[in-house]
Design a protein around this ligand. Structure first.
Ligand code: SF4
Length: 369
């Protein structure tokens, strides 16, 4: 049987049958042709599969007995399942999604500005190797990269959940567990499927890729012309502070990262988002706000200030705290006063372990995730 296009790096050791989410339109059409079935049936199946958030009524599609005999055997309808779902009082829904080839990741559905819409957050790896000190996802290290189909299925779980609540999943960000730039081939393949008309149909403009600042990946993503947005998790404007909380800064420093973000913006025309997690007495001083404003002068960005969501003792042994509201306001005020476009992003889902990696951490004692 012809196999779909996929990244051999993450699928090479997996011997089971592929799932629908592993296929691009051309690859599925070729597979159907190999079975002696119409290519148009492949397009109809993919359209219904993505439209229904991974749920598809085969009987209603009338694809014929030949196709139906292969589905579920030679091609799985799905390769993931929902392990748990936690609902926050603020409307955030956190999913723990398990995969047929092992492991689980967190995906999050968040309320958008309009009640009829929702925003999704998707993971790109199981665990993370980046060791950001304030993050729960990195505590067990990196388990493996997700392949493109596994990211697509997170999108479908979130779309299906949004649909069940009469909401539309209107934007997604690859900002969950993992560093997307370290799995960029699979990330870009997933984006193409999620954005493609006749498949996810979300559109590149509705998709954001987040990075801790992997410079070659930022340049590669820009060159790919996927029409997506970029978010950079900066968290500090000076190298001493940033290296303390984001060890990857020793590889790519603040100056290199901002230069790459500017190149991305110039190449794509996109305004880059700068993510800044505010940690009490670490990166929240007036001086650090001024440094951040200095760094971003002449660069059209959008800064998201994110008050820290506590995770207990950090990897380094530090116990970080959330700044007081007055400190957050002062930091915000300095940036605004310097002409920086900035928003304070309200922490979501505190009651459902919504900090990155916390849900998986909380159940891994009981399950193999
Ligand atoms: S913040 Fe992101 S890049 Fe850093 S350890 Fe957590 S998941 Fe990895």
């Amino acid at each position: 049987m012809e196999q779909p296009a996929r990244n051999a790096q993450t699928r090479s050791s997996f011997q089971g049958p592929p799932a629908l989410s592993d296929y691009d339109a051309d690859a599925l059409a070729a597979q159907f042709a190999g079975w002696g079935c119409k290519a148009t049936h492949a397009a109809r199946l993919l359209h219904a599969f993505y439209l229904g958030g991974g749920q598809v009524d085969l009987a209603a599609l009338r694809l014929g007995k030949s196709v139906e005999s292969h589905l579920g055997h030679d091609i799985l309808l799905r390769q993931s399942h929902l392990i748990t779902r936690s609902s926050s009082v603020d409307g955030t829904e956190k999913l723990l999604v398990g995969f047929g080839r092992g492991g689980a990741v967190e995906s999050v559905l968040m309320p958008a500005h309009e009640p009829a819409r929702a925003a999704g957050c998707i993971s790109s790896q199981i665990g993370c190797a980046m060791r950001c000190d304030f993050c729960a996802s990195t505590r067990g290290g990196l388990k493996r990269n997700l392949d493109a189909g596994e990211m697509v299925e997170q999108f479908l779980h979130l779309r299906h959940l949004a649909q069940s609540q009469n909401r539309r999943l209107s934007t997604i960000v690859l900002m969950g567990m993992g560093e997307p730039m370290h799995n960029l081939g699979n990330v870009m393949t997933a984006i193409r499927r999620i954005a493609a008309p006749g498949m996810g149909a979300l559109g590149g403009r509705q998709i954001t890729v987040s990075t801790v600042g992997i410079v070659p990946g930022m340049d590669e993503l820009a060159a790919a012309d996927l029409n997506v947005h970029l978010a950079v998790s900066l968290h500090a404007a000076d190298d001493v502070t940033r290296s303390r909380i984001v060890p990857m800064n020793r590889r790519y420093d603040v100056g290199q990262i901002i230069a790459a973000a500017r190149r991305f913006s110039e190449h794509t025309g996109r305004i880059v988002t700068i993510e800044y997690c505010l940690l009490k007495d670490v990166n929240d001083s007036d001086g650090q706000a001024q440094l951040l404003a200095d760094l971003l002068q002449g660069f059209r960005t959008h800064v998201n200030l994110i008050p820290y969501n506590p995770i207990g003792v950090a990897l380094s042994g530090a116990v970080y705290a959330t700044p007081d509201a007055s400190r957050i306001q002062a930091f915000y005020g300095i940036l605004v006063g310097r002409g920086v476009v900035v928003h304070v992003r309200l922490p979501r889902g505190h009651d459902v372990n919504a900090a990155c990696g916390q849900l998986r951490q909380s159940v891994r004692d009981d399950r193999s995730v």
